[in-house]
Design a protein around this ligand. Sequence first.
Ligand SMILES: Cc1cc2nc3c(=O)[nH]c(=O)nc-3n(C[C@H](O)[C@H](O)[C@H](O)COP(=O)(O)OP(=O)(O)OC[C@H]3O[C@@H](n4cnc5c(N)ncnc54)[C@H](O)[C@@H]3O)c2cc1C
Length: 465
Amino acid sequence: MSASLHERLRDAIGAENVKTLPEDLAVYSFDAYSEGRLPSAVVIPSEAREVSAIVKIAREFGEPIIARGAGTGLCGGAVSIDGGGVVISFARMHRLLELDVPNRRARVQPGLVNLQLSQQVASAKLFYAPDPASQRSSTIGGNIATNAGGPHCLSYGTTVNHVLSLEIVDERGDVFTTDVDDAGYDLTATLVGSEGTLGIVTSAWVRLLRLPEATRVWLAAFPDIDRASETVSAIIGAGIVPTALEMMDSVIVRAVEAAFHAGYPTDAAAVLLIENAGFEDEMDACEAAIERIAREHGALSWRAARTQAERDALWAGRKGAVGALGRIAPNYYTQDVTVPRSVLPKALHAVEKASRDNDLLVGNVFHAGDGNLHPLLAYNKRDRRQVAAVLETGNAILQAAIDLGGTISGEHGVGYEKRDAMTSVYTTEDLAAMARVRDVFDPQHALNPEKIFPAGTRCIELGTR
Ligand SMILES: Cc1cc2nc3c(=O)[nH]c(=O)nc-3n(C[C@H](O)[C@H](O)[C@H](O)COP(=O)(O)OP(=O)(O)OC[C@H]3O[C@@H](n4cnc5c(N)ncnc54)[C@H](O)[C@@H]3O)c2cc1C
């Protein structure tokens, strides 16, 4: 049976675009969070018509379908957990198809890398705002499927605010389109963040923004994380919403400085990286207001990046923070929780306590303006004590966020990793409503079936079908 599945796929999209050897399949058996099992095949289509054919063939053979971008996902979304299935890689569908400058929008294929979109439209003085820290490698398709956020989503909003229209291949292999401007149900918003469980994105119109006239970047250093956190609340409380407001603790600052030599103060307990963009003549007043708030809250130092090179260096430190942690430990686990901004100090103390209780090194680098924490748990996966400590610490942080009125994922999604935690924030009725939506789009649960919904939950328990 397997051979004829492979033959049919080869006939549909060409033998060179179908991977079936175990050593090739192994490459697609993990993402940035987890290692799964080998899929039955990996296919690399070049257009929606081929995606449609692949889905029809996979369904004929009873194989689940798992869409895959760059595999940078942090919740096991793009891997086959139980083994088998057809993984659709969008590595060949990576083009900017249309640029509509007057209407500030672009039509892109799902495999286009996030940063490349902004680079390709920069000559028209436009950019694509959602900027996950993984933007050098993650794809627009993966970003849409996870509703990705990023440092600049504080003022611009997450991916869902920037998707105008989608072309989707559904579970039967049929193609349909959605458009936010059309009347009727807003299916675009339903599909964004659905993690490949409702349909497969084969192209999208996305919103572009005008490059700002002026951009300023500042770095404020603090003697403790409480004062840095209070500054975050005070800035927003004063009615100032900077374009980005990121926090890094001393573990991260030292790792980043060792890697990038960007001028981060290694004696600080916490730093805030603050960016504002807009009109040049607003910038001095904005800088003065934010600096005053930071100093009133105990900032030890305040630095303004004066040149583009200095701004780039500070951002390189922030966006490379996760990689810089590689200097400290061979492995890391990224937790992703969101809490109300006002309880950030409590949440950070809970992270500190969880890491102390489990004797684990944890660094914090996160979207402070959104209350979206990313504790990075440094460990060595060859050390079983440390692996157990990571699980304990990760769970304790998750529970603390829930207890503080927060939620189980700020932006990385649910995937396989957090599907059981869904019951901590949703009632059975809530989950049943979501399950009914999935049943409409994908009655046979052929699309990324092991994701989002708690393991072992039968439809009947959720009150569907
Ligand atoms: C160092 C690092 C930093 C990160 N920083 C951020 C951050 O700041 N903000 C943030 O939100 N995330 C961040 N992430 C997580 C990750 O990069 C995002 O979730 C990203 O959107 C995943 O994109 P991808 O192309 O790698 O998708 P993949 O990992 O390949 O897939 C992710 C999910 O999308 C689905 N999918 C992929 N393509 C399609 C498609 N065409 N149609 C339907 N479903 C599809 C997959 O099935 C899977 O469920 C970070 C990850 C790393 C490793």
